[in-house]
Design a protein around this ligand. Structure first.
Ligand code: GRF
Length: 232
């Protein structure tokens, strides 16, 4: 059984994705929109996705401006990246708030104060409440390290390994009340190799996250600009 599984995995990896990752839907044309979209980024961790969004803007791949990085964790490395690139940031520590509602309210106030148009949860380890979700309907997106709807919630990479799937990946989706469940914008499939550790797999998934998140932002921003024009 073990052997069968190994053979099956190898066939899937080498004949299917040929050892490579796959992005869907893939559009080689740049999503053009104007003027720049005003982004608010929410992060709790290393901020590699945050940094990559900054680089995409600097390389003219993304017509955007980051008005604010909001972090809930005063020790997160994303802050260092904000300092490095001179991006305004604010710490809204949930531990200083009496309730989830109060924390959400402070986050929402900041986003509205800066007229943020699109909110990107880039490693935001908090569940956001309905008020933010409703205020930012179709303008609040999240990146998750699995091929949703598989492996929702925390430890998605470990869940994929434990379940012995042969392909996992990452997903950018709209945020809804239920965790990791809104409609999917873009996904990247990443084969799990026989010799993968959690760390090697995480690295390959993150490489794909860094590709699909700017693509998703551009796609949603284009929708925002288009519906804005339609409503005029
Ligand atoms: C990413 O793997 C993302 O999918 C998950 O949290 C991680 C954040 O990584 N939601 P980073 O902080 O952007 O490096």
């Amino acid at each position: 059984m073990q052997q069968d599984n190994k053979e099956y995995r190898e066939k899937t990896i080498f004949n299917g994705l040929n050892g490579h990752s796959l992005i869907s839907p893939f559009n080689s044309e740049k999503q053009l929109f104007d003027p720049k979209i005003n982004l608010g980024i929410l992060a709790s961790g290393n901020g590699s996705n945050f940094e990559n969004i900054i680089k995409s803007i600097q390389n003219n791949q993304l017509n955007a401006k980051i008005s604010i990085l909001i972090v809930n964790n005063p020790n997160c490395l994303a802050i260092k990246k904000a300092l490095k690139y001179d991006i305004p940031y604010v710490i809204i520590n949930h531990r200083d708030c009496n309730s989830r509602l109060e924390h959400d309210k402070l986050v929402l106030e900041k986003l509205e104060e800066l007229s943020v148009e699109l909110v990107v949860m880039a490693g935001w380890m908090r569940i956001v409440g309905e008020e933010i979700i409703n205020k930012f309907k179709d303008r609040l997106i999240n990146i998750h390290p699995s091929l949703l709807p598989s492996f929702k919630g925390v430890n998605a990479i470990q869940q994929a390994i434990d379940n012995r799937v042969t392909i996992t990946g990452c997903t950018v989706h709209y945020v809804q009340k239920d965790v990791d469940s809104g409609s999917i914008i873009i996904q990247a499939a990443v084969p799990i190799k026989e010799q993968d550790s959690k760390e090697t797999l995480r690295k390959r998934i993150q490489n794909m996250e860094h590709i699909i998140l700017p693509l998703a932002i551009a796609k949603v921003a284009k929708n925002i600009r288009t519906s804005f024009k339609d409503n005029k």
